[in-house]
Design a protein around this ligand. Structure first.
Ligand SMILES: NC(=O)c1ccc[n+]([C@@H]2O[C@H](COP(=O)([O-])OP(=O)(O)OC[C@H]3O[C@@H](n4cnc5c(N)ncnc54)[C@H](OP(=O)(O)O)[C@@H]3O)[C@@H](O)[C@H]2O)c1
Length: 312
């Protein structure tokens, strides 16, 4: 269903050239919402594909009026009209979705989309990791690569924003619980991922076409080091509690996570424990010209979510 696809004049009055048009999927999520924010400041046309229309207020408040509803789980409803006139697409598949991806590529091809940026995961490059979750990313990457559409595949490491899921215990117990031992991870800020995507969408250069980039932050950190950063910024002692896989499983079950997601997280935890998720790539700086955010910057910017006296 198209909510508000106004007939928008896509010709730049200054140079008579068509204004570039981009389709952003996952537009209400961490990366998508930041990407929409960046693109709303540019002279481009943005179409936001949303799953829950009720979450579109923020997009509308940025002046984006072309909002379409799209559900990956309902491929038959993924129509050509969603892709029509889009020059480039940012494609984000919700956790472990493969449904709908082929249909999206078929319709995008019909609509003559020129370039697709697919958000995969760095877990694909962790050779020692075999997990159903990884197979999904490999499958989706292949569909994108085989589509014949020019593409860029981004493989980010674990997001700093995942720690927002630990904000409740950080606030109420000064603790966070993870089954990661003392393994180190090169976390990345989703705002940096959005900057990378925006740069590629806005670029006329062919240099990003048919390339795969690992997207990491600047530093590799263990959970004990992360606890020290939280303690410094929040001004209270925050403790990391290294829990068993069984405890982690039960807690994630209580949170309502799917079995595939839980298994994937636990498979990743084993890799993290062995320090296999701890290398650094320079892609963020190479593409955006800006160093990626540090974990300290992330906690400073999201302090409101972790501070005890602030109830969200
Ligand atoms: N977390 C990590 O550390 C990590 C690392 C590497 C890669 N990734 C990948 O990054 C992606 C998540 O990115 P994110 O954090 O920006 O997303 P997010 O904040 O989790 O949001 C997911 C987005 O997908 C939408 N969505 C959910 N189900 C959908 C469906 N059936 N059809 C269409 N859209 C749907 C959501 O809309 P509603 O809210 O309306 O449902 C939301 O806009 C996933 O593919 C994940 O595997 C994550």
């Amino acid at each position: 269903m198209i909510m508000n696809n106004d007939n928008i004049n896509r010709i730049n009055e200054n140079n008579n050239k068509a204004i570039p048009s981009f389709l952003v999927t996952g537009a209400t999520g961490n990366i998508g919402s930041e990407l929409i924010k960046i693109l709303s400041r540019e002279n481009v046309h943005v179409r936001a594909a949303v799953h829950s229309v009720s979450k579109s207020d923020k997009i509308l408040s940025l002046g984006i009026r072309d909002i379409v509803e799209m559900d990956f789980d309902e491929p038959s409803e993924i129509q050509y009209s969603i892709f029509k006139e889009a020059d480039k697409i940012f494609l984000l598949t919700p956790n472990f979705g493969t449904k709908g991806v082929s249909k999206i590529l078929d319709e995008a091809k019909k609509a003559k989309v020129k370039h697709i940026i697919y958000l995969s995961s760095d877990s694909v490059s962790l050779k020692s990791l075999s997990s159903k979750g990884v197979e999904v990313f490999i499958y989706n990457e292949k569909i994108v690569q085989d589509s014949g559409i020019k593409h860029t595949i981004l493989r980010p490491t674990a997001f700093m924003q995942n720690f927002l899921n630990n904000s409740f215990t950080i606030k109420t117990q000064n603790k966070f619980y993870l089954p990661w031992g003392n393994g180190k991870v090169s976390f990345v800020d989703t705002r940096d991922i959005a900057s990378v995507i925006a740069k590629i969408l806005l670029s006329d250069s062919e240099k990003y076409e048919n390339k795969i980039y690992s997207i990491t932050g600047l530093e590799v950190l263990s959970c004990n080091e992360i606890a020290m950063i939280f303690s410094e910024i929040l001004g209270v002692n925050i403790e990391y509690v290294n829990v068993s896989e069984e405890t982690a499983f039960n807690e994630m079950k209580k949170m309502g996570l799917s079995n595939v997601l839980i298994e994937y997280i636990l498979d990743l935890s084993r890799i993290i424990k062995q320090d296999y998720a701890s290398y650094i790539s320079s892609s963020v700086e190479e593409i955006t010209g800006k160093k990626p955010n540090t974990f300290k910057k992330f906690v400073e910017d999201y302090k409101y979510a972790f501070k005890q006296n602030i109830v969200l």
